[in-house]
Design a protein around this ligand. Structure first.
Ligand code: ADP
Ligand code: MG
Length: 269
């Protein structure tokens, strides 16, 4: 139920999977770009010390004076950390390797799990009129990922279509359950998206069947195909939607954005 006296804030989605290389950053960038092209105002939060989302969207390393690190640990204002991209509807808070020490620096902080939650709920947020915030999580279930889950309304899980893909999922779901029991009882699963899908490969089909049998409706209809245009786009510092709008990868991310907008329209109704 939405409170009519309060403007409805953006939907905050943590993109998480403790495995590296499964398509978190790729999904964050391209889903963000697809939502932005559909007219939604989107903020990407780079919460990975590797800063791949920042690089992939063209934020040069020497243009990252204020980053997620300062936002979390120095309570710097949002206006200082949010940067624009090629698309007026798409913004980003970049990250650098500085963030890798945050996990340890935060241990003694009483509010350690709530820092991103609080940062994204500053009143200044309203002035950006955002529809979506996408958080690109590090490949770990550490305090940064917990911050993302505490701040978020939902978790979107990219699942690479390969052997053992489902095994890591139970650990992730355990963390989601812990966050629900403590800081964020309303945390939902936005959905599980099959990434790097190869329809000519039997294994991809098997992973899809297992995922749909076990997780049912949680698995998005859209599958992201393995597509070389998707992997090339970041080296041109643009999304695949901009790099090659007619590629199968671009098409898939537009379809995923449509599914998410439809789901969220249904939730808001
Ligand atoms: P993560 O953020 O989970 O570590 P990435 O998004 O960085 O994973 O993806 C890992 C690698 O796989 C990157 O080199 C990326 O370009 C590539 N990749 C991701 N999705 C696709 C895809 N659909 N087709 C081809 N390559 C992909
Ligand atoms: Mg990544």
């Amino acid at each position: 139920m939405t409170d009519p006296t309060r403007p409805r804030g953006p939907r905050i989605i943590a993109i998480a999977n403790q495995k590296g290389g499964v398509g978190k950053t790729t999904t964050t960038i391209n889903l963000g770009a697809a939502l932005a092209q559909a007219g939604q105002r989107v903020l990407i939060v780079d919460l990975d010390p590797q800063g791949n989302a920042s690089t992939g969207l063209g934020i040069e390393a020497d243009n990252r004076e204020y980053t997620t690190y300062e936002l979390l640990l120095e309570e710097i204002a949002l206006g200082e950390v949010i940067q624009s991209t090629n698309d007026d509807n798409l913004m980003i808070i970049p990250a650098t390797v500085d963030l890798s020490s945050a996990d340890i620096e935060l241990i003694s902080n009483e509010k350690r799990s709530y820092l991103l939650h609080d940062a994204l709920r500053q009143t200044e947020m309203d002035s950006y009129a955002l529809d979506y915030v996408l958080i690109d999580c590090p490949p770990s279930l550490n305090l940064l990922t917990v911050n993302a889950m505490v701040a978020a309304h939902s978790v979107l899980v990219p699942l690479q279509s390969e052997f053992f893909a489902l095994e890591g999922l139970s650990q992730l779901m355990l963390t989601v359950r812990e966050v629900r029991q403590t800081a964020n009882p309303n945390l939902r699963i936005e959905g599980i998206v099959l990434t790097m899908f190869d329809s000519r490969n039997n294994l991809s089909g098997q992973v899809e069947k297992d995922a749909r049998d076990n997780l049912g409706e949680l698995v998005f209809k859209t599958r992201i195909p393995r597509n070389v245009r998707v992997s090339e786009a970041p080296s041109y510092a643009v999304s695949v939607l901009e790099y090659d709008p007619n590629s199968r990868g671009a098409e898939a991310y537009r379809a995923l954005a449509t599914e998410i907008m439809q789901k969220n329209a249904a939730i808001a109704a």
